[in-house]
Design a protein around this ligand. Sequence first.
Ligand code: NAP
Length: 303
Amino acid sequence: MKIALVGIGKIARDQHVPALAASPDWELAATVSRAGSVDGVPAFTDFAAMLAQRPDIGAVSLCLPPQPRYPYAELALKAGRHVMLEKPPGQTLAEVHALERLAAEQGVTLYATWHSRMAEAVAPAKAWLRDKTITRAHITWREDVRKWHPGQDWVFEPGGMGVFDPGINALSILTEILPAPVHVTQADLEFPANRDTPIAARIAFCGNVTADFDWRQEGPQTWDIEIDTDAGPCALRFGGNRFQVAGQDIAGEQTIMGEYPRLYARMAELVRAGASEVDLAPMVHVADALTLGKRHVTDAFHF
Ligand code: NAP
């Protein structure tokens, strides 16, 4: 099946292009970019022109930041194309609900991806936790924004979600593996004096679940979820890629290279089945943390 990539930026180059090159399901048949291209692939600068000129391309994968993404998704769905959305699937929940309705009306697939759910050890962790009672869980998601989002001012602009841009990856795992849902009860958010989105967040959920997101961590980076259960402690580490029970490795590997190939395999399954997959649970937690969050102003941030 032919697919077009829209927005040839960091994640498109790091993950989507290699995943598509190795995919048995997909052929990267066009790019749409204001300035970039991929060697050997027809390049368009205008999205509407690509849709009009390439009726053979049945699917588009949108790798734009969340703020400009909605009009692209709407145009593609109205043109009868299947659509795959990078995470977070939009800048608001209502936008994504609208896309979900439109995809259903048009009879095409909408896939709101959560790449961290495809991490190697998430499924084994979910299976192990299925029959356990959770007594405590804590997420530590601390990374260096300068390393992972160099110069990307959109993350600090309204709709960019700030530290929830990586934090939503942790929440996508949490909402996948917990045997029963939780909801946010309290949040403390640190906003740099010169920015519109938080650089750090501490969140409490019902059920003794807490989260610590921070974008100012230099040196070793931490993407851990530690969970205490009635059968003892377990932990998902390295962004869902290693699963430990009582400190012993049970499953996983220390690489993220399998996540995007699995997303494209899932997209192919959905298209073949005539189905959509849009789970907004991780984004509900972000919206609730921003609604309930107490605002603290901290040092100005410059890249
Ligand atoms: P990025 O490099 O800053 O932007 C991606 C591309 O989107 C840009 O190169 C540009 O493509 C296009 N774009 C940006 N602003 C636009 C605008 N206002 N109008 C139209 N096109 C615009 O961002 P990214 O890091 O790839 O992130 C994109 C999405 O992937 C985000 O939702 C992010 O959460 C998600 N993601 C990122 C990472 C990561 O490590 N960075 C990891 C996983 C997921 P052209 O120049 O080609 O037009």
